[in-house]
Write a protein that binds this ligand. Sequence first.
Ligand code: THU
Length: 137
Amino acid sequence: MLHAALQARENAYVPYSGFAVGAALRTADGHIVTGANIENASFGLTNCAERSAVFSLMSARNLPNVAITGVAVVADSPDPVAPCGACRQVLAEFCSPNTPVLLANLHNDIKKTTVGELLPGAFTPEQMAYAKTDSER
Ligand code: THU
């Protein structure tokens, strides 16, 4: 997983920050899908490595065939890289809270955590249980 994330990191497009990140997802059927961060001259349009990987997976395969059973992220950071809040929320959408996550840097520091630990209290579809349906609106 970390090896795949490292390889994906090579494809990062980071002319503005110079901070390359790679991510890898393992699916229940044993495939590995990767992503890298892709920046933009309009900085806010940047896509992080984790979301690149999730969107790549979701674009290629449809639910429920894409159960994510593991996540790995790597960057050249002093400590194992910390996914941003947006990526934590996107991972929470498609992973279960106990999905394992490996966070790493280039010095072989590795932190093992889970999607639930990264984002306790994630916003989930269940919280929209009382939302009005089309016919009620
Ligand atoms: N970035 C990621 O790709 N993933 C993270 O977990 C943190 C931040 C990217 C976004 C941007 O291209 C660069 O790192 C600096 O913020």
